[in-house]
Structures are given as structure tokens and as C-alpha cells.
Design a protein around this ligand. Structure first.
Ligand SMILES: [Zn+2]
Length: 169
């Protein structure tokens, strides 16, 4: 059996794991998968991971290391369930969402923040995605929020044709 170099994977949450991989590139791939497989909040995150070559005794070889940012996607299904959404094959539309009629659903936040709002044309579930143009900032990542409309709001959305009526085909 070929002797493979040892690497230590570490994550900014303080956890670490030692592996063997053919080279640094392969170790980085393992790092990504390992970080993604961690337990993260449903909202998603942007996490710093690091891989460093180590000796068999576990001593770090600093000049053979790489730091990467791993984007953890939000758990959309869990977030929607938490908002009280029913089982629905959601279909998103920005039609009728506020701000600018010529560009519905786009809201200017302060500075570099932009909000996109949309709703499901079947059940009325509302979605707001907050995004930033400063994606290089390590702590910034898109966030998404869901909200079920109040009954009166849903009636209004139906009247405006944003959401289909229950008796519609
Ligand atoms: Zn829906």
C-alpha cells in the first residue's frame, strides 16, 4: 500500500479531524465535504475551513496548508416548515410585490444590501431573500425568510391575482 500523507482538517467552530489523502487538492475536497456535513443552523452560514499537512506524529507543517470558505446552503424545507407552510410544490413569483412596478420584488436596503421578495402563487407563502454585494466579507451570506400571510392578507393577494383561488383549476 502506498503511503499517503496525513492532513488535519479544521473548522472555525473548533472541530478538527485527521485524514490521509493523496495530495493537498484531494484533502481540500475532503475538507469541503466534511464542513458541509456538519451540523449547521437552518439559516445557512459561511464557514472558514482549513487543511494543513501534518506529520505522522501530528505535528503541523504550516507551509502546506490551505484555507477555504465553505458556503452552507440554508435548509429551505426546514425554514418553510417552521413558517407554517403546507405541503406545496411552491412556485415563486415577484408579480405584485411592492417597491417598483417595473421591477417587482426588488427592494433597496441600506448600503450594499438588496432584498428580493416573492410569493408562492399556490399557497401564498412569502419569501424574502436578503443579499449583499459584499460577498467577500467572511460573515456575509444570503439569508432567506419565509412567512405565511395572515388570512386577510391572503384574501387581498387572491383579489390582486397574486395567488390562485382555492377553486381555480
Ligand atoms: Zn406554495
Amino acid at each position: 500500500m502506498r503511503k499517503m500523507p496525513h492532513y488535519r482538517l479544521s473548522c472555525e467552530d473548533g472541530s478538527s479531524k485527521d485524514i490521509q489523502a493523496p495530495n493537498l487538492g484531494a484533502a481540500v475536497k475532503r475538507l469541503k465535504a466534511w464542513v458541509r456535513g456538519g451540523e449547521w443552523c437552518d439559516e445557512g452560514a459561511r464557514v472558514i475551513g482549513e487543511v494543513t499537512r501534518i506529520t505522522r506524529a501530528g505535528r503541523l507543517i504550516q507551509d502546506e496548508s490551505e484555507t477555504i470558505r465553505v458556503l452552507i446552503e440554508p435548509n429551505y424545507k426546514a425554514l418553510m416548515r417552521r413558517a407554517g407552510a403546507s405541503d406545496c410544490d411552491h412556485e415563486w413569483s415577484r408579480e405584485g410585490e411592492g417597491a417598483y412596478p417595473e421591477n417587482p420584488g426588488v427592494w433597496d436596503g441600506k448600503g450594499t444590501v438588496i432584498f428580493f421578495s416573492a410569493h408562492c402563487i399556490h399557497c401564498g407563502l412569502r419569501r424574502v431573500v436578503r443579499t449583499t454585494t459584499l460577498h467577500r466579507n467572511r460573515y456575509e451570506h444570503d439569508t432567506v425568510q419565509y412567512r405565511m400571510p395572515e388570512p386577510a392578507e391572503l384574501v387581498e393577494m387572491r383579489a390582486k391575482g397574486m395567488v390562485e383561488s382555492p377553486d381555480a383549476e
